[in-house]
Ligand binder design. Structure first.
Ligand SMILES: *Cc1c(COP(=O)(O)O)cnc(C)c1O
Length: 426
């Protein structure tokens, strides 16, 4: 009998299950290819009639073990690692959208995802409509068209820190016969499990808390296996009608609940090839082994820093869902009762110029593009990650020009606050 394990145990031991005499630690299968005894067997692998490894662009045992761990943490049926979070988001949409299709997306999303969806996917003929995450069911519904294939949002948006009402988004998506895709990068499955609230597909930039040490760019797509593609075969021909590139195989018929993941791997990864290297998957796995220990510390440190900032008269505003009175405090309590994430945003009295002087005065806290790793770091989105966006787009994405994004790490919180205090004094 399969035992059901808690998230803590899955972090440490999920995925890699060595049999007698095998390495205790997940090995790095640093091999592009795999050996077979007969041409016949190799042919069956190429036809997807048999599962097995043949070329690392499609599948690799190190990557698969790590993907299985993440799938278990999210409560999904399968997952696929990608080379980056950007690639994960692209694959998640492109697996069910083609030229002429449309999807709906919360406007509170990461700047890179915004560019991918609004600019690059448009060039592929895939159209997106952005909606406010706070929109009512009726307002959300108005954005849907007959050719709409998905609804997308971030469980906690980067960097505006809006908390997605996952149940509302799932309800509207399902009323229109499409899946809800949730980018769950910031809370991680330790703090939020979108599938339990009706989301169908989850994506992550594993570059952030999952890796947690800022060593490896990566992403993952996870499928709950819950969405009934066959209920809307006209909407999802890629899954429900024969794939000519696999001798007329139909994914839903051949793979059931694994249809979406199999197509993403066998078709998109085969053709687009944005794989995570096994070396990076190994490092990601080391990060995952302590995710359940790091997330609570990120949250308690961030809570203390947010409270310190809120009480400081040089600070104009603080945005952290852990603060009572925050716009998203109640939603955060519902969807992530044990804490949200370690990222805070705030503004200083005096605006943009004061923000820059403050950041340049920090000593322990470093200015880096990164977010969500063990070391506390800071960023000014308007002049860094979001600098391609117009002021109008900035506001729409919930990014004020004076917004400072502070990613609180797992150092001693008194040291972090002392550094902020001396920089504010400058
Ligand atoms: C960073 C990030 C991404 C992009 O991930 P990369 O790994 O940098 O490609 C996507 N979504 C969110 C919420 C992010 O924070």
């Amino acid at each position: 009998m399969e035992l059901k394990f808690s998230a803590e145990t899955l972090c440490v031991q999920g995925g890699w299950k060595p049999s007698n005499g095998e390495p205790r630690v997940l090995p790095i299968y640093q091999s592009t290819t795999f050996k077979y005894d007969s041409t016949e067997q190799m042919a069956r692998l190429f036809d997807l009639e048999e599962s097995g490894y043949f070329y690392t662009r499609l599948q690799n045992p190190t990557n698969d073990a790590v993907a299985a761990k993440i799938a278990a943490l999210e409560g999904g049926v399968g997952a696929m690692l990608t080379s980056s979070g950007q690639a994960a988001n692209f694959y998640a949409i492109f697996n069910i959208c083609q030229a002429g299709d449309h999807f709906v997306c919360s406007s509170a999303i990461y700047g890179g995802t915004f560019n991918l969806f609004a600019v690059t996917m448009k060039k592929l003929g895939i159209d997106v409509t952005f909606v406010s995450p706070d929109a009512s069911d009726e307002e959300l519904s108005k954005a849907f068209r007959p050719n709409t294939k998905a609804l997308f949002g971030e469980s906690i948006s980067n960097p505006s820190l809006d908390v997605l009402d996952i149940e509302k988004f799932a309800r509207v998506a399902h009323a229109h016969g499409v899946p809800l895709i949730v980018d769950n990068t910031f809370p991680t499955p330790i703090n939020c499990r979108p599938f339990e609230w009706g989301a169908d597909i989850v994506v992550h930039s594993t570059t952030k808390y999952m890796d947690g040490h800022a060593t490896s760019v990566g992403g993952v797509v996870v499928d709950s296996g819950n969405f009934d593609w066959e209920a809307h075969p006209d909407k999802f021909p890629g899954l429900c009608t024969p794939d000519e590139s696999y001798h007329g195989l139909t994914y839903t018929k051949a793979f059931g609940k694994m249809a979406y993941m199999t197509k993403a791997t066998a078709q998109l990864m085969r053709d687009l090839g944005s794989i995570q290297s096994p070396q990076n998957a190994f490092l990601l796995n080391l990060g995952l082994e302590t995710l359940h220990l790091r997330m609570p510390r990120h949250c308690s440190n961030a809570q203390a820093v947010a409270e310190y900032l809120q009480a400081n008269d040089k600070v104009a505003w603080v945005n952290y869902s852990g603060l009572p009175g925050n716009k998203y405090h109640e939603l955060a309590k519902k969807y992530m009762p044990n804490g949200s994430c370690g990222v805070i945003s705030f503004g200083l009295k005096g605006g943009r110029d004061v923000a820059i002087r403050f950041m340049d005065s920090l000593k322990l806290v470093a200015i880096v593009t990164h977010v969500a790793d063990a070391r506390t770091c800071v960023l000014h989105p308007a002049s860094h990650t979001h600098r391609q966006l117009t002021d109008e787009q900035l506001i729409e994405a919930g990014v004020k020009p004076d917004l400072i994004r502070l990613s609180v790490g797992i150092e001693n919180v008194a040291d972090i606050i002392a550094d902020i205090e001396q920089a504010l004094a400058q």
